[in-house]
Design a protein around this ligand. Structure first.
Ligand code: ASP
Length: 323
């Protein structure tokens, strides 16, 4: 899958709306390109001018600190002009529809829109109405593709490959776009996926994606290489999904006794923001040897730089206009 004009591997999409449907080669293109930026981001001079003259708008209909900051840094480190628009300052509050907002922004000729929205499918809908590239920064409980890519980059750098690894994703699967994007990516790349959660927090039929479902941490974590914890997304819960936080932590919170079921060198991951004492014990979260939670944040900037670079390159490819 190479570009006709050079030997550079090519990502044949105009937008990055999700991981579902991407091939292993396409995912590898994104990860390999991200790798270039990890070292650059550790240098004193982090800036490049690849996106000089390009405008990136971070359009966040839902609150975010880390993802928005990460995209902002990524765009600025590549020399682009980055503008942040959040729900509280937008005209959505005044009643404008999603499509009207999209059309208004489109008229300002941005090159990339990075969009987070509380409704699943909203980012795709918006991408159909604009001329620029669109990156999904999280839509409802649907997908969060750059999170799955940064998780994969973190794992690949630690373990060399994703192929054959046993990964446990634990916690609030029902409300998690992180879980969905990770399931698609990990299975596409040859990892095995276990989902561990109370029955109330597992969407019916999810095993059809190819993951195994467990309702008990000890059995689910047995011999796992990677333990990925998820935040309890109480803001998306209407009704009682578990009796109490205390009981949830007792059964599903990651502490050392439960972790002892996984491989002794299993990596501990969490997409953040973390609820210490709810889904993860504070000491486990800070476990120097095994927790890669801060590394995930670092990889996030590199991944977002790669996505911005690749999608702006693709703006010059007319064959991707309808993609
Ligand atoms: N930051 C991630 C997201 O936006 C995970 C979380 O919020 O729990 O989906």
């Amino acid at each position: 899958m190479c570009d006709g004009s050079s030997d550079r591997p090519f990502f044949p999409h105009r937008h990055l709306l999700g991981i579902e449907g991407l091939s292993p080669d396409e995912i590898t293109v994104l990860l390999d390109r991200s790798e270039n930026y990890v070292e650059q981001n550790r240098r004193i001079d982090k800036k490049k001018s690849l996106l000089r003259g390009r405008t990136i708008i971070n359009l966040f209909f839902e609150h975010s600190t880390r993802t928005r900051t990460s995209f902002e840094l990524a765009g600025k480190r590549l020399g682009g002009d980055v503008i942040n628009m959040s729900l509280s300052t937008s005209s959505i509050k005044k009643g404008e529809t999603l499509i009207d907002t999209a059309m208004t922004l489109n008229a300002m000729h941005p090159d990339v829109l990075v969009v987070r929205h509380q409704s699943s499918g909203a980012v795709k809908l918006l991408s159909e109405k604009v001329n620029c590239a669109v990156i999904n920064a999280g839509d409802g409980s649907h997908e969060h593709p750059t999170q799955a890519l940064l998780d994969a980059l973190t794992i690949r750098r630690r373990r060399g490959t994703l192929q054959g690894l046993q990964v446990a994703i634990c916690g609030d699967i029902t409300h998690s776009r992180v879980a969905r994007s990770n399931i698609h990516l990990l299975l596409a790349m040859g990892a095995r996926v276990r989902l561990i959660a109370p029955a109330t927090l597992i969407p019916p039929g999810i095993e059809h994606l190819g993951a195994e479902v467990f309702h008990e941490m000890a059995a689910g974590l047995k011999n796992c290489d990677i333990v990925m914890m998820l935040r309890l997304q109480q803001e998306r819960m209407h009704g009682g999904f578990f009796p109490s936080i205390r009981e949830y932590f007792t059964h599903f919170g990651l502490d050392y006794p439960k972790l002892a079921n996984a491989k002794s060198d299993a990596l501990i991951m969490h997409p953040g923001p973390m609820n210490r004492g709810v889904e993860i014990d504070a000491e486990v979260a800070d476990d120097f040897g095994r927790s890669v939670i801060r590394e995930q944040v670092e990889m996030g900037v590199a991944v977002r730089m790669a996505c911005l670079e690749i999608l702006t390159e693709n703006l010059d490819r007319p064959e991707l206009r309808t993609n």
